[in-house]
Design a binder for this molecule. Structure first.
Ligand code: PRF
Ligand code: ZN
Length: 374
């Protein structure tokens, strides 16, 4: 297996680390936040803008892209990079999570998962092999294994069974990936599960770490558990998962969760939070989340944030943003999206600088005190 990750610096007082992730469409500085582009587009923003902000790794979803536009279209265009005109890296989630959260009637067996489309009710089957094949057609730079993500508070037996199926699927996906050889340039990552049982988390982290994946994800966190539970299981699992490979926590993206993950040596994360909140007129600042809809912004001539370089902050007032959000104008959502993605990119830059200067823990403490002070 080729090494795609180099740790370039470790923080002196925590497990936070800097690294470089080498992917087919270029190197990515870590820790990295990845914007989510479910349907092959990050909602409410041009690809050019995402690139201009500095992102060179975004997400897509196998489940959605398989259903629409479908593999025939993607094949005809030679993959999602060409189809969507995105020339940087793409990571695709496997559908393991989306089938469970979105689709109707689903039946899971050792073989795979049968489900009904949330769009038209049509019936489909995902097997671990097929999901690798779909991600090959998409042309993913990082492909994810099909897994079984379970909600908190399920019984031990069910959690254990889901974990065993996930391990079995990981092995099959990896074997299939090897059969494809150089015909597929993407890196296949395994996913740790195990619900909220420590012995299962330990077993899953060890089993996945021992397998020949170029990177490992920790799944099944931030699925409705308490923050204390998230912190406890994140730290516990991260401590066991191999540190030789890039480590990705799936589906997290509030500043407090990102900082917690970075402190535990996590290199990558993704979340719809920044973009979804923007479409609802909620924008991130160092003093917390600002709800643009509120009447207090009606006459405010200042920008969302004076130190931000995004279009909203350099060209428009809070009052105009308030007006656009109140009138449901598309541009309001687009500008707020650009602001939030700019904010998260700058946050990651600040985090990387703090690690480089061995002051990550104090950065985290100061940042959280200010962000959550109200
Ligand atoms: N598995 C997959 N995708 C995911 C998750 C998971 O456990 C999560 C959990 N936070 C988000 N996205 N395949
Ligand atoms: Zn801004």
């Amino acid at each position: 297996m080729q090494t795609i990750f180099t740790e370039t610096h470790k923080d002196a007082h925590s497990n936070a680390r800097l690294g470089i992730l080498s992917l087919p469409h270029g190197d990515v500085q870590t820790p990295a936040f990845m914007p989510v582009g479910t349907n092959g587009t990050v909602k409410g923003i041009y690809h050019d803008k995402i690139e201009e902000i500095g992102y060179n790794l975004i997400l897509g979803n196998t489940y959605h892209l398989y259903l629409r536009p479908g593999l025939e279209v993607l094949e005809k265009f030679g993959g999602l990079h060409n189809f969507s005109h995105w020339n940087h890296n793409l990571l695709t989630d496997s559908g393991g999570f989306q089938v469970f959260s979105l689709s109707g009637l689903r039946k899971i067996s050792e073989k795979g998962v049968a489900f009904q489309s949330h769009i038209d009710g049509s019936r489909h089957i995902f097997t671990p092999e097929k999901v690798v094949d779909i991600q090959k057609v998409i042309g993913s730079d990082i492909a994810m294994c099909l897994d079984v993500c379970t909600p908190p508070n399920i019984e031990y037996r069910a959690a254990k069974e889901a974990m065993h199926i996930t391990h079995n699927w990981a092995e099959r996906a990896l074997n299939h990936r090897k059969e494809l050889g150089d015909a597929f340039k993407g890196n296949l990552f395994g996913i740790v599960q195990g619900n909220f049982y420590k012995d299962l988390r330990k077993e899953s982290a060890e089993v996945l770490s021992a397998m020949d994946f170029p990177g490992i994800a920790i799944g099944g966190l931030s699925v409705g558990e308490t923050t204390d539970q998230f912190n406890e299981f994140l730290a516990y699992t991260a401590d066991i998962v191999t540190k030789e490979k890039p480590r990705y926590v799936m589906g997290i993206g509030s500043p407090d969760y990102i900082l917690e993950a970075v402190e535990n040596g996590i290199d990558m994360f993704d979340c719809v939070l920044a973009t979804r909140m923007a479409r609802n007129g909620a924008v991130f600042t160092d003093d917390g989340i600002v709800t643009l809809k509120k009447a207090m912004h009606k006459f405010d001539q200042g920008p969302i944030e004076s130190e931000c370089h995004c279009t909203a902050c350099t060209e428009y007032s809070r009052a105009y943003m308030h007006h656009m959000v109140k009138t449901n104008e598309m541009l309001g959502g687009m500008l707020a999206t650009e602001h939030n993605l700019t904010y998260f990119y700058r946050l990651m830059e600040k985090i990387r600088l703090a690690i480089a200067e061995d002051r990550f823990s104090s950065f985290k403490k100061d940042y959280l005190a200010r962000f959550y002070k109200r």
